[in-house]
Design a protein. Structure first.
Length: 396
């Protein structure tokens, strides 16, 4: 990070080049009380911290603070920044209006946003008549008078609503607007979409069968299937499962969306085997095996289809591909291949002393795996390849 001296010089240069809002930030440095008291304040420190002057009784600043709080409830961009307002000078307040015609019509106020350097702008009231409302408060920027709300919105970037930043901005807005979201007032289709996103949109089912009984078919068949909690002894629900604790109606609707609409994903063949072969009496009313995703390593795919690689050749075993072909309701299967960054961990030749620790060609691995699995997936209506797959492999 550049030194404070360098950052200030860059800010001054941008203000001379008509940079957006740069002059207002430079003006804050010009009237900063700490700098006027000690000229060296900014030059030997790395952080700039604005220190407002002592407060005075000013109805205008109270009106601006109340207005910003009200706008935070309706404008997500303003709520994300949450502007702070301070008096920039010790000049007397311009409100209420006085009979003395020599009283000032403009006063300076500093607005603190997410930037290191706040903005200081002249604020006026137009028209200067009772009562004082937010619509009458104007700021003058670049020779143009603007309503306070319009100017504050111009300082916000809509880009913060995209990606992870948008989710954080939305949470901050919800925490500040005090509004209640009535989920059950939405149509059922929209509620299902909310449940899908809240619970996933991918879920990872687990069986409650213990590790000691994972190879015993009777124990596998009588085990229950859960939404990723399995046999964990924890008493606290994970965040994404909290919709189940709202009320009975939301519980039933969220459970239906999780099992019928969300894609079921499996990253280990043993988990897939124990879940699919369970009779799952608790899920008898759901069509829960219609959309699946397999996300195994290359080695796991070969083992699943009954092929093991040894230093002296290939060995055939019992293929579990029939488990897939036996799923009568399966209409959408996504076969995901791990990223090449997995490297030696998922290689077929892992642990072979005579082989250098290098993974095989990914294109060849995908072709071999799909050749082994084709007889078991050819009847499925929709089969897609995802992950570390070349386009030419997808086109085959």
């Amino acid at each position: 990070m550049p030194l404070l001296y360098t950052r200030i010089n860059h800010l001054k240069r941008d203000s001379r080049d008509s940079g957006k809002d740069c002059f207002q930030r430079v003006f804050t440095l010009m009237i900063d009380q700490n700098r006027s008291q000690n000229n060296q304040y900014m030059w030997y420190t790395d952080d700039y911290r604005y220190a407002p002057i002592p407060e005075q009784k000013d109805p205008l600043i109270r009106a601006m603070i109340h207005a910003i709080r009200a706008w935070n409830k309706t404008e997500i961009l303003l709520a994300d920044i949450n502007f702070k307002v301070y008096q920039a000078t010790k000049s007397p307040p311009i409100w209420p209006p006085y009979r003395d015609s020599d009283s000032a019509d403009v006063n300076f106020y500093t607005f603190k946003d997410v930037d290191e350097f706040p903005l200081t702008v002249p604020v006026s009231i137009c028209p200067k008549s009772y009562p004082l409302t937010p619509k009458k408060i104007h700021v003058r920027v670049d020779g143009v008078s603007k309503p306070l709300k319009v100017w504050l919105l111009s300082l916000c970037s809509p880009e913060i609503l995209h990606g992870p930043q948008g989710l954080k901005a939305q949470r901050r807005w919800f925490s500040r607007n005090g509004q209640i979201f009535h989920l059950l007032d939405l149509p059922r289709e929209l509620r299902d979409a909310v449940y899908q996103q809240a619970l996933g949109p991918e879920v990872y089912p687990l069986s409650t069968v213990s590790k000691n009984q994972i190879h015993a078919l009777p124990s596998i068949q009588v085990a229950r299937i859960t939404l990723g909690l399995g046999g964990s002894p924890t008493t606290n629900l994970e965040t994404k499962y909290r919709p189940f604790a709202v009320n009975r109606q939301v519980y039933d609707e969220a459970l239906n969306a999780a099992w019928n609409l969300n894609r079921k994903c499996f990253f280990d063949p043993r988990i897939f085997n124990t879940v699919v072969q369970a009779h799952a009496s608790n899920l008898s009313k759901y069509n829960w095996l219609c959309k699946l995703q397999l996300n195994f390593t290359n080695m796991a795919y070969f083992h699943f289809f009954g092929l093991t690689v040894h230093s002296d050749g290939l060995r055939l075993g019992n293929s579990k591909g029939a488990i897939i072909s036996g799923l009568q309701n399966l209409v959408d299967l996504r076969i995901r291949f791990r990223s090449l960054d997995d490297g030696w961990n998922g290689s077929l030749w892992r642990g072979q002393e005579l082989v250098q620790p290098l993974g095989g060609c990914q294109v060849t691995m995908v072709d071999w795996i799909m050749a082994l699995g084709f007889p078991f997936v050819k009847h499925i209506k929709n089969v897609k390849l995802a992950g570390g797959v070349k386009n030419r492999s997808k086109a085959k």
